[in-house]
Design a protein around this ligand. Sequence first.
Ligand code: PRT
Ligand code: ZN
Length: 283
Amino acid sequence: MLRIAIQNKGRLNEQSVDLLHELGIDVDSAKRKFLSKATNFPIEVLYLRDDDIPQVVANGTAALGIVGMNEVAERGCDVDVVTKLGFGGCRISLAIPKGDDYQGVEYFQGKRIATSYPAILENFLREQGVVAEIKVITGSVEIAPAAGIADAIFDIVSSGGTLVTNGLKEVERVFESEAVLIANKNLSAEERELLDELLFRIESERVSRGKKYLLMNIPTSSLDEAVKILPAMRSPTVMPLAAEGWCSLHSVVDATDLWEKVRQLKAIGAEGILVLTLDKIIP
Ligand code: PRT
Ligand code: ZN
């Protein structure tokens, strides 16, 4: 049995539950539950505040966790970061009142900076040789300058809208973050095997994302050119049609290239082009 800790509510909860579903794991996502077992995979989900997830994975209460890289770095817990998950993207930045002139990090010398991420900030200031006063605040860090509690803030930024609303401007992007899968450093053989199975499924999800399945009829005389247009995983699948001189061609393309490929294929005589949504590619 593999226990995975995910956020019980908040920004990463829904996408963490969605990810488990995409991996074919049926889990009861009722938010008030603390622990729930999947019905079709030996995994149980532990719902926690994100702040607690790195610690719970480090001490082995859960084998795995899904949490923002910012939390992993801030808590300094000894866990393996197994893979990035492609959601929950944000950065932790230094921001100052928008009217202030900014020439470089020396701006922060002797200033008071409000943050919920003191460890990451301290590390950055040390590297930069800046001495500042760090004010640890949980909650609405962005109001600290207007409230006169701090001169600047170090906080999570995503669209930047919160900074603008509070009359602040982003001046240093210090830490890039996204949701990551973390693992305890001493997994049992059974847990490791289950993790490998999950990673295999994550990889096939990643490969299939943004891909389309394309099939069409094409004159046999254009086949060589069509194969050049469609570099598939190994090579496109070609099947003869009952009609003399024609065949059916199947391939997988990136959604971003789709219309360009369609244009090129039509130009060499492709007809009856079908574009299908692709569920999974198993590498
Ligand atoms: O209750 P719990 O402790 O579990 O949740 P929480 O309130 O500590 O965290 P939560 O749910 O807000 O965020 C969870 C994780 O999502 C964070 O640790 C980040 O890894 C990630 N994430 C991604 C974000 C954002 N984007 C984000 N925009 N976390 C917070 N914000 C906040 C930020 O603090 C600021 O107030 O959104 C505001 C800025 O957003 P913009 O778009 O206006 O720039
Ligand atoms: Zn939190």
